[in-house]
Design a protein around this ligand. Structure first.
Ligand code: ZN
Length: 233
């Protein structure tokens, strides 16, 4: 098996046909396996949080038609491009074995695109954590390459030591997602009213002193408690 240091993360700037096909393969394969398997992609809000039983998106509550995985992945990729969301891919030779989508942006834009929180709260984040952030979107690692630090490598490739890394955790059946982020140093910044979703953040060291009032450590427990048990393969 490949060591993570043999994998190069590249910023995808142009999608030629080969890269595009390889990315779609990677998306389809990753999303059909643990920890993503119970979920499908939402072409509207670009989360992969559509419950495969109800076909209702946990991110935006849209009812999603049941698509073939490949066409859904294709639509997802198109929408990422349309919204100028960047992509980092991990390559083994020519093959995409993992990817992470992200957006370097400001709080209001990310709020409009993804978080959908009251603007008073966004102002509070803005004044405490600065105007800019790296917002994270979907991620996938091919099943055969998991547990080898590829996810960690992709996350560290998008990090900037100056600005916070912000993500939204949905009511995933896999607390594996949350454990992964916790290991990387994410905290819960805000929990939504329904208690199932949370904004999580990795705060640069230089800011860590001024955010204690923003972190709700107690909600970690609540989130673990509400997560649905996942039967691992
Ligand atoms: Zn959605």
């Amino acid at each position: 098996m490949l060591a993570p240091n043999a994998v190069t993360p590249i910023t995808v700037r142009a999608y030629n046909d080969t890269l595009r096909a390889s990315l779609i393969d990677c998306m389809v394969e990753s999303f059909s396996h643990f920890p993503w398997a119970s979920w499908a992609l939402c072409p509207h809000c670009l989360s992969h949080s559509v419950n495969r039983q109800t076909y209702i998106c946990n991110g935006c509550q849209s009812k999603i038609a049941q698509h073939h995985d490949r066409s859904l992945a294709n639509q997802y990729l198109n929408n990422l491009q349309k919204r100028n969301i960047q992509l980092i891919a991990a390559l083994d030779g020519e093959n995409v074995i993992g990817f992470k989508a992200f957006q370097r942006t400001d709080w209001r834009t990310f709020n409009r695109h993804k978080l959908q929180l009251p603007s008073s709260l966004i102002s509070e984040f803005q004044s405490t954590l600065g105007g800019y952030l790296i917002g994270t979107w979907g991620m996938g690692v091919k099943p055969g390459y998991q547990q080898h630090g590829i996810g960690r490598l992709l996350m560290s490739a998008i990090e900037d030591p100056q600005i916070p890394l912000i993500s939204r955790l949905l009511n995933n059946p896999d607390s594996a997602t949350w454990r992964f982020h916790q290991k990387l140093g994410f905290h819960i910044l805000h929990q939504y009213a329904d208690k199932n979703r949370a904004v999580i953040a990795k705060i640069p060291q230089r800011m860590s002193g001024c955010i204690s009032h923003l972190l709700h450590q107690s909600s970690v427990y609540e989130l673990e408690k509400t997560s649905v048990h996942f039967t691992s393969p």
